[in-house]
Design a protein around this ligand. Structure first.
Ligand SMILES: Cc1cc2nc3c(=O)[nH]c(=O)nc-3n(C[C@H](O)[C@H](O)[C@H](O)COP(=O)(O)OP(=O)(O)OC[C@H]3O[C@@H](n4cnc5c(N)ncnc54)[C@H](O)[C@@H]3O)c2cc1C
Length: 329
């Protein structure tokens, strides 16, 4: 009988932990599995020759059935020559029905390579996943510049999707045994066209937006005078991450990793404070999982107010200094 297995590319962090987006996908896969017959959840890890017991322990607390580990010294750092090819080989061998990958820089490259090699469809940057009555993967993604969402079915197999970070929640399961498969891979047959000359780890002074409990985000309205200085001061007082809209990124006030939205990060903080942000669909789609949204805007008709729990209507240059003062040290 044909399997309905769901294989998840389980991406490692630089410190050899598991990226949150992969844990989120494993949890979502459990929900999908309930609607499928003859289905297993397979976590696939590519990494260096290290002790994987801590990683396995983590996966034992998630709804994983099998873990495939492909390890070699060539896989210790992401390499666009090795990782996509090795992953494609594993997908070919295990023939899962569904392949889910986090829409990270690495994940997007691996997914597109794998889909083109296997001549199958790939729905990129999904914001929703479901199973149809016929047992097919239904992938939802933004379209028409984020104005609409499209539900996409794939006629070929495997059905592949990359999924944005923080769309799904990590739901731990009672600890259980998982089946570990060590996969023998021959990276020596793969041509390495990459020569490492120099590498530098860039550290950011700002709190990571995908992990922050509170985010203070600025939009075009704050991109003048000392708008972003006020935003950073408020963030510092609240121990919050600084973020912004695409306009703020394009004006150089934030980095790409601080941009929130369809082409930036998806976030789920307890509190999201949107300052001088109008509330375009492409921005709203990435903040809808926030606990509470507080908006400060001088336009009483700004769309952001329709999506906020607390609406502060007024000029940010008057409101922020007062707010920062009131919070104290
Ligand atoms: C394919 C595609 C992908 C996109 N991806 C993203 C994305 O990832 N993230 C994103 O953010 N956008 C994205 N956009 C752009 C998006 O459509 C909007 O253009 C953008 O979000 C607007 O940013 P903004 O709210 O900062 O600016 P604006 O829409 O110009 O809004 C500025 C707001 O500031 C308010 N304001 C001005 N001065 C003050 C003041 N003194 N006090 C208080 N309020 C003030 C104004 O009333 C206004 O509401 C994308 C667009 C497309 C087509």
């Amino acid at each position: 009988m044909e399997n309905n297995n769901i294989l998840i590319y389980t991406e490692l962090t630089d410190e050899y932990g598991i990226k949150d987006v992969s844990l989120q996908l494993i949890s979502k896969a459990f929900e999908l599995k309930q609607k499928l017959n003859n289905s297993k959840i397979i976590a696939c890890i590519l990494g260096p020759d290290i002790d994987y017991s801590l990683i396995i322990r983590k996966l034992e607390e998630l709804p994983v059935d099998d873990v495939i580990i492909a390890s070699s010294s060539e896989l210790s750092e992401y390499n666009y020559c090795y990782h996509p090819e090795v992953f494609t080989g594993i997908v070919k061998k295990y023939e899962p029905s569904i392949v889910l990958i986090g829409a990270t820089v690495q994940g997007k490259e691996i997914a597109s390579y794998c889909a083109s090699k296997l001549e199958t469809g790939l729905t990129a940057d999904c914001t929703g996943l479901n199973i149809t009555n016929e047992g097919c993967l239904l992938s939802t993604r933004p379209t028409f510049g984020g104005q609409l969402t499209a539900d996409i079915l794939c006629k070929t197999r495997p059905q592949m999707a990359t999924v944005q970070e923080n769309i799904f929640k990590i739901v731990p399961q009672p600890k259980h045994n998982v089946n570990i498969i060590y996969e023998n891979i021959q990276t020596c047959c793969i041509e390495n066209r990459l020569k490492k000359i120099f590498s530098e780890v860039k550290t950011s002074s700002s709190v990571d937006v995908t992990k922050a409990d509170i985010i203070v985000a600025g939009g075009l309205g704050a991109c003048k005078d000392n708008g972003f200085e006020l935003i950073k001061k408020l963030a510092q007082k609240l121990n919050a991450a600084v973020a912004g809209s695409r306009e703020a990124f394009e004006k150089g006030y934030i980095t790409k990793s601080q941009q929130i939205g369809q082409t930036g990060k998806t976030v789920s903080p307890k509190i999201y404070i949107a300052i001088g942000i109008s509330g375009a669909n492409q921005h709203l789609t990435a903040i809808k999982n926030s606990g509470k949204i507080i908006a400060i805007n001088k336009d009483v008709n700004a769309p952001i107010f329709e999506h906020s729990d607390i609406a502060i209507k007024g000029d940010l240059f008057e409101i922020l200094p007062e707010l920062i003062n009131k919070i104290g040290n």
